[in-house]
Design a protein around this ligand. Sequence first.
Ligand code: JFZ
Length: 592
Amino acid sequence: MKLWTSRYIVGVLAGVLAFTGCAPKVETKAPDPQAEKAATEKAMQRLDEMKFGMFIHWGLYTIPAGEWKGKYVRGIGEWIMFREKIPAAEYAQLATRFNPVKFNGGEWAQLAKDAGMRYLVITSKHHDGFAMYGSKASKYNIVDATPYAKDPMKELSAACGKQGIDFGFYYSQDQDWHEANGRGNNWDFPEKRDAQIYLEGKVFPQVKEIMSGYGPMRLIWFDTPGLLSEKQVTDLRSMVKSLQPGCLINSRIGHDKGDYAQTGDNAIPIQVYLKDGKWEVPATLNDTWGYKKNDNNWKNPRDLISKLSDIVSKGGNYLLNIGPTSEGVVPEQSQEILRTIGKWLAVNGEAIYGTGPSPFHMRDITWRATVKPNKLYVHILNWPGKKLRLEGLESQVTKAYFLANKAEVPFKKAGAALEFELPEKALEPNVTVLALEIAEAQPKVADGYRADQLPAKLDLHAWVARMRGEEIKYEWTTQSATGFKSFERETNGLSWYPYKALDGVYDVEITYACDDAVAGSKFRLVAGRRREPNPSAIDGVVEKTGGKFVTRKLAGKLTVKPETETISLQLEGDDKSAPMKVQKITLVKSAS
Ligand code: JFZ
C-alpha cells in the first residue's frame, strides 16, 4: 500500500514537472454556438460531397515495420509497441534512427489527387505518443528527437492546400503509451493514471498546436476514446471549435460529442444507413495501417472501387489508408492501386462525388445506386450478362447510357421492371456505371423496393462482410469467402454490420461449398454487441457438399435487434475448415 502510494505520487509529480514546466496552461473557452453550428453544417455538407479521402498512418513504428528483435509480430503495424510491451525508453530510441529523407509532401498530395481523393487525414500523434510534427508541448517529436529535424506536416498541409485537398489530423487523445498518465502502457506505468494531468500537460497544448499551425483544418480525427470523462471530452471539443469552428470532429472523440461517425475499421453497413447522420469507413489497402514490410495482402482495385460504390450508395464516405515507410516512401503497390482507382473516378466520378444515397434497398451484389437531381446512377458491380433487370423504379427514364463511353443503352419495360440490353461483357474491368436520366428530380421508387423496406428474406453476401484475419480471401469467380484459418489471437471470420436495419427473429440459411474432407467442422453464427455476455447464436456443423454450392437451413433462430452491432460467422477449431467457401447467409424473418 505504502509502496503503491509513493510510486503514484512520484508518477504524478514526474508528470506535473514534465508538463507544467514547459507547457503553459491552455484555456478552453467555448465558441459562439451560432457560429459553430453554421460553420459545422457547412463543413458537413462539404464532407458529404467529397466521399473519398486518404488516410495516412506514419510514425516510428515504420522502422520495425512488423518485426521486433528478429521476430514477426502479428497484427497491425502501429501497435507493435503495445503487442511486444516494448519499454517506452527503448521504443523512444527509434526516434534517433527516424530519417525520412525521401519524404516529399508534394508527391503525397499529388498521389491523393491522382487517386481522386478529396481530403487527407494523417497521424499527428498515434498511440505511441510520438508527435510527427514540430511540437513545443513535448520534446518527443520529429523535429526535436530525430536526425530529420524538420516538420513534414508543414510541407504536406501546404501541398494539400495547393492541390485543393482538405487537410486533417489524426490525434490519439487518450491512449498514449509514452506517458505515465496516458492510457495503455501498464508495463512501464502500472500505477493508476490521472488522465487530467495528461490532458492538460500534453493533449490540450498539442491539439492547440495542430489546430493553429497548419492552415484551415477540415477535420480532426480522434481515436479510441476509452476512459475520458464527458467533461474532459467536452473541453477537448470546445478547444477545437474555439480555434476553428468549421473543423469537423469525428465520433471517436467519445461521449457522442463528434460531428460525424466512423464505422468499425473496414466495416460497411449491410444496407443504406441514414439514421445517425454522416458516417465514414476507415479502411486499409492490406491488413495494416502503419507500414509492415511483410504485409502484401493487397486488396485489388476492383474490390476497392466496388466498395467505394457500395459505401457511397449507402450514404457513407470512404477513408482509405496508405502506410508510408520510415524513409517516407509510399509502397509501390499502394500507389498503383490508388492510381487505378483515380482513373476510374476520372471517368465515373460524376456517379460518386456530390451524390445522394440509393433510394433502393440492396437485394444482392449485382448493382448499387446513387442519385443526383434528375439522374440515377446504376453502378454495376457484377456483370449480369446481356440483360439487367431493374425492379422498382417508377420514374420515367428518358435516356440510359454508360459513363465510360457515353454509348446509349437500349431498354424496355418488362412488366413492372425495366430491362436494359447490355453488351455481353462489362465495359471496364471494374465497376461499369449506367446513367439514367429521369423525369423527376428525385427517383420515384415502388413500395417494397425502397431503401428502408427490407424484404422478409434477405441475403447477406460474403462480399459485404468484413473479412477478419489475414488469411481470409474473397474469390470473385465463385463470389465466396475462403481461407478460414483459426488462430488464437486474431478473430477469423466474416462480420456483417446491420446498423439498425434489422429487427426481429430470423431463420437462417447458409450457402457454401466444401470438399468432403472439411465435413464435420463446426461453425458459429453470432449476433450481438461487443463483449455482450449472451449474444444470440446458432451452432452448426459443416456437411458434405461434394464441392458444389448448396444452401442449407440451420437449426435454430437468430435474434437481431436494432442495437445489434455485428452478425459474425466463425469457423471454430483447427485449419480443417480453411478451404470452405461461403457465399452468403440468408435471414428469413420468422413469425415467432
Ligand atoms: C484504431 C487504432 O487503434 C488503429 O491503430 C488505427 O489507427 C485505426 C484507424 O483506429 O483502431 C480501431 C478503433 C476502433 C475500432 C476498430 C479499430 N472500432 O470501433 O471498430
